[in-house]
Design a binder for this molecule. Sequence first.
Ligand code: FES
Length: 350
Amino acid sequence: GSYPGKVSIRIADSDIDFHAEPGDPLLRAALRSGIGMAYDCNSGGCGSCQIELVEGEIEDIWPDAPGIGARARKRGRLLACQCRPLSDCVVEARVEDRFRPVVLPQRRSVRLVGFRPITHDLAEFTFASEDGKADFQPGQYAMLALPGVEGERAYSMANLANAEGQWSFVIKRMAGGAASNRLFDEREALEGLELDGPYGTAYLREETPRDIILVAGGSGLSPILSIAAGIARSEKLAGKRVMVFYGGREAKDLCAARQLDRLFPDGHRFEVIEATSEGEEGAREAGASRVQYKGFIHEVLAAYLKENALDFGGFDYYFCGPPPMINALNRMLQLEFNVPEDQLFFDSFL
Ligand code: FES
């Protein structure tokens, strides 16, 4: 039966309804119930989850969230990921099959069980869940809540689903970032960590006639490692050509080639192309799987495909990294090279 505080939500003009636990954002309540409510970042930034309240009472958790403009807000629009129902509600919302979770997201307590530095500002953190569950698709993310830090942060998993309940993330230390500084500096003392997930629709699609390109910058390495591991074990993708592009500012930021070597100690079939946007042009090893370029990673990607006479439309693209990188890639692939939108998989939560 229901208990006090649980409210029921109905989606207008449909036969969809679900329950929300007290304090759970509307979007997450929908996803936990297996309903494909439209979303992307789950963090108030992208605007994909806009809804309209038809009936009932809702609390706006973040009235200044950048995902919604002042005008839309004035018209009564809300972000489903940034509001909590306070009573039974009826809302207008976009529901589509492609947003329906493949694994239902859940909250669980976790503790830190592993820490491994990768570069001067990237490290891998591994958490173990107390219920021993770690079920997700390669490329998905989870929300991490740290005691004493307001809000949650979205981090993409770097590993694969496993029976040990381990969730690994490559995390970047952000200048002035409360959450990442806490993780890096006080990791030994962290208690009461909560992980909520999995979320995200930019996960590996094994049913594809195309080859695959992975692109990352910074901590975008995290989902790329997970997707690479997913590709490597997939029989369906066994014959596919796979390229990995990784961009950093300077040579000391580059780590994708090394991390892939570490992940596959017996070797792998990925072509790894790394580039720095500043500093010297790196070595180009002819015939090797490793080439180092100078330039922004989207430019390097374009140059590389042209140089090898490859068709831009012949690939599925997975990318993760800082918003300027995501935007540049999106613009270039869609506008300049006419790659259909449904071949592009990315998150915009960073
Ligand atoms: Fe809600 Fe991005 S703003 S999912």
